[in-house]
Design a protein around this ligand. Structure first.
Ligand SMILES: Cc1ncc(COP(=O)(O)O)c(C=O)c1O
Length: 283
């Protein structure tokens, strides 16, 4: 039997929202659908500021720019993750320092982090692999003691929690992926979560090609201009419209995913009991 790696879930509302976005004629980014998606996350999870991006990779690159990572800096990431976690910081010239996994899941083993810290360490990038949270109490305590920024690569952790805290809300910055393989998808897509109030203005500038166009759109400045470094990190409205149709059904999608997980878990339990494979506890 051939089991597909992934099947995206369609809510049936995608075509409606895509046509609504097309009818308005506002196809470029930061329109109504972008705002509605961002508001959805800010209201539901209490994030201070969210910015939709074209991918989680882009959101991680924005995080590296926001933290002003430069050659010579060291960034600690887990040794088991997707390449984008490393790329974003390596692109800015940082030296990547790998923290090994624990025994229970692929997340970084928090007890190994402190030994990796040097005066050059600028950030710890945690990855909540498969939406299973890292030991954030311990990691936050270590990062606080050394005054090092935490970035949560929560690419796989939309709508997942560490105790009662939504993933993405604990570090200075967090990132989500809406790639086709993720529970909530827009094909390609992502989000930057800015939990540090002091970084919000700068994040908007980086997001909008180094301009203050976000402030202009809110009527805060008369014209927009080049005010800093940035790039084109925002997705078009069609992507945001597709994502919105998924967000409307977030609870249903998550419930279905959990059912599928339970099915796998129970059918693999015999093999797990025989010690032939290892399963994680119910999320
Ligand atoms: C941990 C992790 N970080 C980053 C990414 C990159 O996400 P995207 O494809 O949205 O750029 C992924 C994608 O699977 C991932 O699993």
């Amino acid at each position: 039997m051939k089991i597909p790696f992934n099947k995206p879930y369609f809510t049936g509302r995608e075509a409606f929202h895509l046509s609504q976005a097309a009818i308005t004629g506002k196809l470029s980014g930061n329109g109504n659908y972008t705002r509605d998606c961002q508001l959805f996350f800010e209201k539901k999870y209490g994030f201070k500021k969210t910015l939709l991006t074209t991918s989680c990779s882009d959101a991680l690159e924005m995080a590296a720019l926001l933290l002003e990572i430069k050659p010579g800096d060291e960034v600690i990431i887990p040794s088991y993750t997707f390449v984008s976690t490393a790329n974003a910081f390596a692109l800015r010239g940082a030296t990547i320092v790998f923290a090994d996994s624990g025994t229970l899941n692929p997340n970084m083993d928090a007890s190994l982090i402190e030994a990796l810290i040097t005066p050059k360490t600028r950030a710890i990038v945690v990855v909540h692999y498969g939406g299973i949270a890292c030991d954030m109490d311990k990691i936050t305590e270590i990062a606080g003691r050394y005054n090092i920024a935490i970035v949560e690569d929560a690419a796989q952790g939309v709508d997942a929690y560490y105790r009662d805290q939504p993933l993405g809300s604990i570090g200075k910055l967090g990132t989500f992926s809406f790639h086709e393989t993720k529970n909530i998808t827009s094909g390609e897509g992502g989000m930057l979560i800015v939990n540090d109030h002091a970084l919000i203005g700068k994040a908007e500038i980086i997001w909008e090609k180094g301009t203050n166009r976000a402030a202009f759109a809110r009527g805060e400045v008369e014209k927009y201009e080049w005010v800093g470094l940035g790039s084109s990190f925002l997705p078009n409205e069609l992507t945001a419209a597709f994502l919105y149709s998924q967000l409307e059904h977030l609870d249903v999608i998550q419930q279905k995913r959990l059912q599928i997980w339970q099915e796998y878990h129970s059918r693999l339990s015999d093999l797990a009991e025989e010690g032939l494979l290892f399963t994680t506890p119910c999320p």
